[in-house]
Design a protein around this ligand. Structure first.
Ligand code: GLA
Length: 394
């Protein structure tokens, strides 16, 4: 199957019987390091996947928005009456949420027909929802001719607002930032407190390395409640310490001594040490020492397993098997409770590491995992439809 960007123009024309006016796409992501730090005003370091969600749009003469989804082979229509949080649910809720967030920000969103196709695996913790939000947002802003009022730097917060307030998922800002702002060949170093962004060169191939992604296919069990619980424990800890966020902890031992219970202490220890690991990894990447980041990735996994308690059996087994087979570092990526593991491997070892994970999963009677090698890719980009073919990224 061609990538989503190649499919979306023809699909739009088939569904609506005319050409789209603009086509945009945005990627899924993996997070290299900096997990559960974004909603604690901390540091994150994601990079964009080659897998993208593509959206084609054109103005509609009817006072409504209609969205066709390739995955569902279904259209959903919503209008001004649905511009209240939660009115649309399921995949269409993310689209309606973006329209709602833009209108809440005072942006006039044209009524439109949209078509959506995606190569980002859904439910794998690779941010398919942020890819959808950011591609829809970019396409509607372009269609409405309001790019000057909604510059790219504002997209992450708008897309996050759609997800937090309309869809009702209390996520941080990492995934939407990655979908909007990442650059090919770079990881995105984001300070979630100041919103400062640095594109950090992240190129593994010249060092003979690759980032192997293991999709464990372990479904996100109870994710929403567990995620919200982690977040509120962190907020309660900050409150107990009398600081705005856990970013302001500068003496970890002193902070831990002041906290009332063990669970809270362990959550705080993860967040504070994780911020430090991000800074160390950024320092290594800046000095061209990518091969040395492996132990930090593995240390993050241990912290997420023992202190933050967001791993599941499949994630732990994949990490252990990858490391035993020679990976330089491995960890779960994303929110946890299922999803994917990233493993830093020598290119020559990719197959044997994958084989080791397959054998370990078979021994545990887990469902068979799947694999791909991820190269840091481009964030949201437009493609102009020219003479029936899609071409030209921004
Ligand atoms: C999910 C959320 C992000 C972030 C990660 C954990 O992916 O959407 O905002 O909190 O979990 O790092």
């Amino acid at each position: 199957m061609t990538p989503a960007l190649g499919r979306i123009g023809p699909a739009f024309s088939t569904v609506y019987r005319h050409e789209p006016a603009v086509v945009w796409s945005a990627p899924g992501r993996v997070n290299l390091i900096g997990e559960h730090t974004d909603y604690n005003a901390g540091f994150v370091l994601p990079f964009a996947l080659p897998h993208r969600t593509a959206v084609a749009v054109a103005r509609s003469e009817r006072p409504e928005w209609t969205v066709w989804s390739e995955a569902e082979d279904q259209s959903v229509t919503f209008g001004a009456a649905d511009m209240a949080p939660g009115r649309m649910s399921g995949w269409a809720g993310y689209v309606a949420g973006v329209v709602w967030a833009l209108r809440e920000a005072g942006i006039d969103v044209p009524f439109a027909r949209l078509a959506v196709a995606s190569d980002v695996p859904i439910g794998a913790g690779l941010s398919s929802s942020a890819a959808l939000e950011c591609s829809v947002l970019a396409a509607l802003v372009d269609l409405g001719g309001v790019s000057h009022r909604v510059p790219v730097a504002t997209w992450p917060a708008l897309a996050q607002r759609a997800e937090n307030a309309y869809v009702g998922v209390p996520c941080g800002i990492m995934d939407q930032s990655a979908a909007a702002l990442c650059r090919r060949g770079h990881a995105l170093f984001l300070d979630c407190r100041s919103q400062a962004v640095e594109q950090v060169p992240f190129e593994l191939e010249s060092a003979g390395l690759a980032m192997l992604i293991v999709d464990t296919h372990a479904s996100h069990r109870h994710t929403k409640n567990d995620y919200a619980a982690r977040r509120s424990t962190c907020e309660a800890a900050a409150l107990a310490l009398g600081i705005p966020s856990l970013r302001e902890v500068d003496d970890l031992a002193a902070a831990l001594a002041r906290l009332p219970d063990d669970v809270m202490r362990r959550r705080v220890r993860h967040v504070v040490t994780e911020n430090q690991r991000v800074l160390t990894v950024v320092g290594l990447l800046r000095s061209g020492a990518a091969p040395e980041i492996g132990p930090l990735l593995s240390a993050t996994h241990d912290s997420l397993r023992d202190d933050y308690e967001v791993t599941v059996g499949e994630l732990n087994v994949a990490v252990e098997a990858a490391l035993a087979a020679g990976a330089l570092g491995a960890r779960m990526t994303g929110g946890g409770f299922g999803g994917c593991v990233i493993a830093l491997v020598k290119i020559a070892d990719s197959d044997s590491v994958a084989d080791a994970v397959i054998s370990a999963f078979a021994a545990k009677r887990f469902a068979a995992p799947s694999f791909f090698v991820a190269t840091p890719s481009e964030g949201a980009a437009s493609s102009l439809r020219v003479a029936g073919s899609l071409g030209g990224a921004r």
